[in-house]
Design a protein around this ligand. Sequence first.
Ligand SMILES: Nc1ncnc2c1ncn2[C@@H]1O[C@H](COP(=O)(O)OP(=O)(O)O)[C@@H](O)[C@H]1O
Ligand SMILES: [Mg+2]
Length: 412
Amino acid sequence: MASISMSHIVKKYGDGFPAVNDVSIDVADGEFVILVGPSGCGKSTLLRMIVGLEDITSGDMLIGDRRVNELAPRERNLAMVFQNYALYPHLTVYENIAFPLRLAGAKDDEVDKKVRAAAETLELNEHLERKPSNLSGGQRQRVAMGRAIVRNADAFLFDEPLSNLDAKLRGQMRTEISRLQKRMGITTVYVTHDQIEAMTLGDRVAVLKRGVLQQLATPRELYDNPGNLFVAGFIGSPPMNFLPATVEGTTLKLPFGEVQIPQEKAAKVAGKGLLIAGIRPENFAEASAPHARDVSEANTFEASVDVVEWLGNETYAYIPFEAPPEVEAQLDQLAQETDSEALRTQLVVTLDGSSTVKDGDKIKIWLDGSKVHLFDPETTENLTVDASRAGTVPSLGIVAGESSDGAPAGSV
Ligand SMILES: Nc1ncnc2c1ncn2[C@@H]1O[C@H](COP(=O)(O)OP(=O)(O)O)[C@@H](O)[C@H]1O
Ligand SMILES: [Mg+2]
């Protein structure tokens, strides 16, 4: 196994467009790192540069302490697990796993020892004499991983391995990959456009937009401390709400009413004028409901619910609002960039599943003022980010482990 270090990696294709633009990511030995972002942001290009299937325009690619920029794929000792698993249908599971060893001319007893050890780890012992067509999707994925294991690869690389599966199987496979990766502790880089896969699988997640690294952080850091509007809008479902806002003293003025925010948050945006407030749906509660949390009368406001979606365990209430043109333009652009179809000028509020709110009702809502993020509508930066809990945010000069206030960084 080995670490992978990408330093100022640039990839320009023939037309000069930088598909990957000055990306630096360190993957520790044994770490599981996700590359996530909307289609076309450069994820596959970056992965292919790690494996050696794509030339690197500039920057350094290190595996362990070896610079591999000029090495051919087979000299890098990495294992790419493809979406279609690339299994040989006419070979048994045993021979599929053994394939790279046979290719390398290994002796029969060595092949047998390694194949059986891998099959043991992957719980495939009972299936060694079967053909891939008789296996489930999950079992096939394990065979593909077995082939990578017997090679003693330094790292596993996955490019959207689950994107063709139905939702249920995808969930199962996600758990499977996570379990195996933890058990084997093998360095893994995994590409996906699915933010749920990113949040559930990775030790750390690298969010990319148009070839540029936006943030590299643990799932919790990304969720709680997004560095900019893009990361905030991309991570989380239903997505974070974005509302036009101004701050006076510690009073946050929103389209629905006024709420109090903590002094240190207010201080970071003093004198800023129009802002975009980012509030996750679960940071609201229904103040008027019998099951309401113990909420103070402060930070509550009345709102008319347009549509209610009841999901059993929780309820989504949709509340339309109006935004000034500069905020609306920024939110339209964000919806495009994040491939989202969400209507950004309606508030989504998560209520308890036992809520009796109906379409058209007027309800009293409470907002947790300490959870509000405030973004600059021009630069889209999160002005209220907690730098000690945001991982690495290149555009803000925040580097994990180098927090300005001396607090320990990078912890979950
Ligand atoms: N072989 C290629 N030649 C020219 N441009 C390419 C090539 N492959 C990808 N690109 C461009 O590079 C950008 C990133 O592509 P890609 O890495 O495939 O994105 P992702 O995997 O995130 O969807 C896109 O704009 C894409 O059009
Ligand atoms: Mg891709």
